[in-house]
Write a protein that binds this ligand. Sequence first.
Ligand SMILES: NC(=O)c1ccc[n+]([C@@H]2O[C@H](COP(=O)([O-])OP(=O)(O)OC[C@H]3O[C@@H](n4cnc5c(N)ncnc54)[C@H](OP(=O)(O)O)[C@@H]3O)[C@@H](O)[C@H]2O)c1
Length: 346
Amino acid sequence: MKTILVIGGTGAQGIPVVKALSSDSQYAIRVLTRDPTSPESTQLSALPNVTLIQGNTYSEPTLRHALRDGAIDTIFANTNGFAIGEKAEIYWGIRLYELAREYRVRHFIYAGLEYASKLGGFDPKYRCGHLDAKGKVVEFLSAQPTTPMTWSVLTSCMYVEALTEFLRPVPDPKDPGLLVFAVPLGQGKCPLIYLEDYGRYVRWMVDHPGDSSGLVLHVATEDIGWGELVETFRELTGKRAVYRDVSLEEYFSSGIFRIPEAKVGRAMDSGDDTLVTYRENFSGFWNTWKDDLTKRDYALLDRILPTRVKSIREWMELVGYTGKHAPVLKDYQGKAKEVVEQRVVV
Ligand SMILES: NC(=O)c1ccc[n+]([C@@H]2O[C@H](COP(=O)([O-])OP(=O)(O)OC[C@H]3O[C@@H](n4cnc5c(N)ncnc54)[C@H](OP(=O)(O)O)[C@@H]3O)[C@@H](O)[C@H]2O)c1
């Protein structure tokens, strides 16, 4: 039985990965977490062949402890850039790779994101710390050989589940029966990924190390414009709803972030000048989607995962989406609450 070490396994992204890996008892899964008693940890430890390892991912002794017996065949790593910031995320992505080589891991799977700055020709309007950090680690990985340890990257995008949290509609204060989806996206299209499918892509990579060797796979359910998204929502729910294409200024003054000037990477030194603010970070983020800088190969995704959810409409039908609030990110329930407000006042 192959053993897989999962970094970030207790998060919104990691839970479906662990579930997909443990679904048929083919793999032994070890999940690193700071808190083995959290609800997420408890849920995971009840799954077959899942063991929790207590420790802080961003600490070399912890990582050496997790790798010490030489039993790990595969690592899936989703580092948390929101918690640690751009600089530390670049460091730990590369360091994890190096440690994996040192401990003779066979397959290193990295949870990547788009290198927004590079896609935008390094125009500062696209600079986004949490995208760029992972994008830079992907550049590093892409320069590495695929033997003796192979590597694969799953470049994702916003979770479609964010439509119940970060992206959810709020009632118009002047017309409470009207739901407003307010984002600074213009007529751009934004890729969204259904997390259960995300877990199944990781499972495919683990099952097929040969096919996924050296592959940077950009996954999403669909690239969708908000006009179409809201129209689909209206059609399926019968609710009154509008897409409000807000400016970045309006977006940040709406209360989406309690403290837009707070630094992304609060788990590290908040006085670190290299950390960007939420305002800077999410300006680059939305500009990237607004200007359609990214592209997915949906024909390839269909071949890899023929049963994938293929549209946001299909997802809305599958989960019975109503626009109602439901928590998604683990961090949003914890420390990030200090800076992240989820209530948008339009
Ligand atoms: N939100 C999105 O739509 C989206 C989309 C694609 C990629 N991402 C990326 O995914 C990463 C976040 O993962 P997630 O979405 O699964 O978030 P999440 O639900 O908030 O989970 C956070 C994860 O990070 C772990 N972690 C380790 N050290 C931490 C620390 N010091 N502070 C906070 N958490 C810590 C947590 O583990 P324990 O608490 O158990 O230790 C948990 O597994 C970010 O890098 C983000 O850029 C997010």
